[in-house]
Design a protein around this ligand. Structure first.
Ligand code: AMP
Ligand code: ZN
Length: 112
Protein backbone atom coordinates (compact mmCIF):
# COMPACT_ATOMS: atom_id res chain seq x y z
CA UNK A 1 0.00 0.00 0.00
CA UNK A 2 1.26 3.42 -0.98
CA UNK A 3 0.19 5.82 1.73
CA UNK A 4 2.18 8.96 2.58
CA UNK A 5 0.70 9.23 6.06
CA UNK A 6 1.40 5.56 6.89
CA UNK A 7 5.02 6.21 5.86
CA UNK A 8 5.13 9.30 8.10
CA UNK A 9 3.67 7.26 10.98
CA UNK A 10 6.36 4.58 10.44
CA UNK A 11 9.03 7.28 10.37
CA UNK A 12 10.03 6.56 6.78
CA UNK A 13 9.07 10.07 5.63
CA UNK A 14 10.13 13.01 7.83
CA UNK A 15 7.56 15.23 9.52
CA UNK A 16 7.44 17.79 12.29
CA UNK A 17 5.46 16.00 14.97
CA UNK A 18 3.62 18.10 17.50
CA UNK A 19 1.75 15.27 19.27
CA UNK A 20 1.81 11.49 19.48
CA UNK A 21 0.12 8.81 21.55
CA UNK A 22 -0.58 5.12 20.96
CA UNK A 23 -3.46 5.83 18.56
CA UNK A 24 -2.98 9.25 17.04
CA UNK A 25 -0.16 11.34 15.63
CA UNK A 26 -0.15 15.01 14.66
CA UNK A 27 2.35 16.87 12.53
CA UNK A 28 2.67 20.17 10.71
CA UNK A 29 1.08 20.37 7.27
CA UNK A 30 3.70 20.71 4.53
CA UNK A 31 1.69 23.50 2.88
CA UNK A 32 0.26 25.52 5.79
CA UNK A 33 -2.89 27.57 5.16
CA UNK A 34 -2.78 29.31 8.54
CA UNK A 35 -0.08 30.28 11.09
CA UNK A 36 -0.83 26.93 12.75
CA UNK A 37 -1.84 24.10 10.44
CA UNK A 38 -1.54 20.67 11.97
CA UNK A 39 -2.82 17.36 10.65
CA UNK A 40 -4.24 15.03 13.30
CA UNK A 41 -4.02 11.49 11.99
CA UNK A 42 -5.19 8.19 13.50
CA UNK A 43 -2.34 5.66 13.21
CA UNK A 44 -4.71 3.03 11.81
CA UNK A 45 -5.02 3.30 8.04
CA UNK A 46 -8.62 4.30 7.33
CA UNK A 47 -9.14 5.80 3.89
CA UNK A 48 -11.69 8.46 4.83
CA UNK A 49 -14.49 9.36 7.23
CA UNK A 50 -16.81 7.41 4.94
CA UNK A 51 -14.72 4.27 5.59
CA UNK A 52 -15.01 4.43 9.39
CA UNK A 53 -16.58 1.45 11.17
CA UNK A 54 -18.07 1.04 14.66
CA UNK A 55 -14.68 -0.09 15.94
CA UNK A 56 -13.14 3.21 14.88
CA UNK A 57 -15.55 5.40 16.87
CA UNK A 58 -13.10 5.92 19.69
CA UNK A 59 -10.30 6.91 17.31
CA UNK A 60 -12.26 9.94 16.16
CA UNK A 61 -12.82 10.95 19.77
CA UNK A 62 -9.11 10.53 20.44
CA UNK A 63 -8.26 12.77 17.50
CA UNK A 64 -10.44 15.52 18.95
CA UNK A 65 -9.01 15.02 22.43
CA UNK A 66 -5.52 15.33 20.92
CA UNK A 67 -6.56 18.73 19.55
CA UNK A 68 -6.92 20.02 23.11
CA UNK A 69 -3.38 18.99 24.02
CA UNK A 70 -2.10 20.53 20.78
CA UNK A 71 -4.07 23.74 21.43
CA UNK A 72 -2.40 24.10 24.82
CA UNK A 73 1.01 23.32 23.36
CA UNK A 74 0.75 25.72 20.43
CA UNK A 75 -1.21 28.53 22.12
CA UNK A 76 -4.57 28.05 20.45
CA UNK A 77 -6.67 28.36 23.61
CA UNK A 78 -8.58 31.22 21.96
CA UNK A 79 -9.95 28.95 19.27
CA UNK A 80 -9.21 26.85 16.24
CA UNK A 81 -10.98 25.12 13.40
CA UNK A 82 -11.00 21.39 12.66
CA UNK A 83 -11.77 20.31 9.11
CA UNK A 84 -12.10 16.89 7.54
CA UNK A 85 -12.21 16.56 3.79
CA UNK A 86 -13.98 13.31 2.91
CA UNK A 87 -13.81 11.95 -0.62
CA UNK A 88 -13.53 13.37 -4.10
CA UNK A 89 -16.19 16.06 -3.92
CA UNK A 90 -14.60 17.48 -0.77
CA UNK A 91 -11.16 17.51 -2.39
CA UNK A 92 -9.53 14.89 -0.18
CA UNK A 93 -6.05 14.33 -1.63
CA UNK A 94 -4.46 11.98 0.92
CA UNK A 95 -6.55 8.85 1.31
CA UNK A 96 -5.77 8.31 5.00
CA UNK A 97 -8.27 9.97 7.31
CA UNK A 98 -6.97 13.16 8.88
CA UNK A 99 -8.25 16.28 10.57
CA UNK A 100 -6.85 19.67 9.66
CA UNK A 101 -6.38 21.80 12.78
CA UNK A 102 -6.12 25.45 11.85
CA UNK A 103 -5.49 28.46 14.02
CA UNK A 104 -3.17 31.22 15.08
CA UNK A 105 -5.24 34.11 13.76
CA UNK A 106 -8.87 35.20 13.67
CA UNK A 107 -10.66 33.45 10.83
CA UNK A 108 -13.03 35.73 8.97
CA UNK A 109 -14.30 33.49 6.26
CA UNK A 110 -16.59 30.62 7.15
CA UNK A 111 -18.25 28.06 4.90
CA UNK A 112 -20.89 27.29 7.51
P1 AMP B 1 -6.56 16.79 2.12
O1 AMP B 1 -6.57 17.62 0.87
O2 AMP B 1 -7.65 17.11 3.10
O3 AMP B 1 -6.47 15.31 1.81
O4 AMP B 1 -5.24 17.20 2.89
C1 AMP B 1 -3.98 16.64 2.64
C2 AMP B 1 -2.98 17.54 3.29
O5 AMP B 1 -1.77 16.82 3.44
C3 AMP B 1 -2.64 18.80 2.48
O6 AMP B 1 -2.95 19.95 3.25
C4 AMP B 1 -1.14 18.66 2.21
O7 AMP B 1 -0.46 19.89 2.28
C5 AMP B 1 -0.72 17.71 3.32
N1 AMP B 1 0.48 16.91 3.03
C6 AMP B 1 0.74 16.16 1.93
N2 AMP B 1 1.92 15.53 2.06
C7 AMP B 1 2.42 15.89 3.27
C8 AMP B 1 3.60 15.57 3.97
N3 AMP B 1 4.53 14.73 3.47
N4 AMP B 1 3.79 16.12 5.20
C9 AMP B 1 2.86 16.96 5.72
N5 AMP B 1 1.72 17.28 5.10
C10 AMP B 1 1.50 16.77 3.89
ZN1 ZN C 1 -2.28 5.22 5.53
Amino acid sequence: MDCIFCEIIKGNIPSTKVYEDDHVVAFNDLNPQMPVHVLIVPKKHIASAYDLTEQDADLVGRAFLASKVIADKLGLQNGYRIINNCGEDAGQTVKHIHFHMLGGKTMGEKII
